[in-house]
Ligand binder design. Structure first.
Ligand code: A3P
Length: 285
């Protein structure tokens, strides 16, 4: 596999990024009305894309899914964002996994709104592992224990989860920035949708919120081929290995971590996050 070491020394998939495309991202001219979803992979990117497109279609699923979600996705960074400009209602919705040192300076020059979705890193690691199994453009993840070690060392695509979250958090005050977690969305999707609407300055009627909520729940999204990636050819995403819409729960790491792995993870987490006040929910009671 052709990898690209980014400017920041982060491992990036070479078929999606090049020095040239990263330069393009750094120089990108955001429009005032742009909405930029920023995530570390497997943190709820697709979910947030669907919520935003539903908000701008006022809950109308037919309009929201005229453009498949992956056409708004970071996969497109290798063609320099040009395909991200979408038809339909509302502003451009741009999605990226890039680290803050690549994109934040361009965002700071703009009034674009940034939505950062974070997810507890134990569930991210498990989800990322299964994604490596199904995404043929990613290397075989090897057995889970090895993958977990690489994840903790930041030797996976898009680098260290810890750095990603902390670095974006550290620039949050300099941007029009909204932070939400996957777990917040799981705990109370309706409340999360309302908070997102507030941030977007897009008031909605209660009935419209009902529809956004209904179309963005896991069961419905799992069956929606415009968002569940089943329209992507099997040579690129092999759903026999694992579904993209896999489990959609909080705490699946408990089914995968040994006690020892959990202790090791907690130790690394405490060390790396000691200078950061963000809190994460590991399970939903
Ligand atoms: P799991 O693999 O844990 O099931 P991303 O879009 O950033 O790649 O994240 C994918 C993860 O988000 C997957 O997690 C997927 O199932 C989950 N997901 C997607 N839509 C969801 C929804 N509506 N509700 C809950 N989880 C969702």
């Amino acid at each position: 596999m052709d990898d690209t070491e980014s400017i920041a020394g982060i491992l990036l998939p070479g078929h999606l990024h090049s020095q040239q495309s990263l330069q393009y991202a750094q120089d990108f001219q955001f429009k005032e009305e742009d909405i930029v979803i920023v995530t570390y992979p497997k943190s709820g990117t697709t979910w947030m894309q669907e919520i935003l497109t539903l908000i701008y279609s006022r809950g109308d699923d037919d309009i929201a899914t005229t453009v498949p979600n992956w056409r708004r996705a970071p996969w497109l960074e290798h063609i320099y964002f040009k395909d991200v400009i979408i038809e339909g209602n509302g502003p451009r919705i741009i999605t990226t996994h890039l680290p803050s040192d690549v994109l934040a300076p361009a965002l700071q020059k703009s009034k674009a709104k940034v939505i950062y979705v974070a997810r507890n890193p134990k569930d991210v690691a498990v989800s990322y592992y299964y994604f490596h199994k199904m995404a043929r453009f990613l290397p075989n993840p090897q057995p889970f224990p090895e993958f977990l070690e690489k994840f903790l060392e930041g030797k996976v695509y898009y680098g260290s989860w810890f750095e990603h979250v902390k670095d974006w958090h550290s620039v949050s005050q300099t941007l029009d920035f909204f932070y939400i977690t996957y777990e917040d969305m799981q705990k109370d999707l309706r409340r999360s949708i309302k908070k997102i609407c507030q941030f977007l300055e897009t008031p909605m009627y209660s009935k419209e919120v009902d529809k956004v909520e209904q179309h963005s729940n896991f069961a419905v999204m799992s069956q929606n081929s415009m968002v569940n990636y089943t329209l992507i050819p099997c040579e690129i995403m092999d759903h026999t290995q694992s579904k993209f819409m896999r489990k959609g729960v909080v705490g699946d790491w408990q089914q995968h971590f040994t006690e020892e792995q959990n202790k090791m993870f907690d130790k690394v987490f405490q060390e790396k996050m000691s200078d950061c006040d963000l809190q994460f929910i590991w399970t939903l009671k």
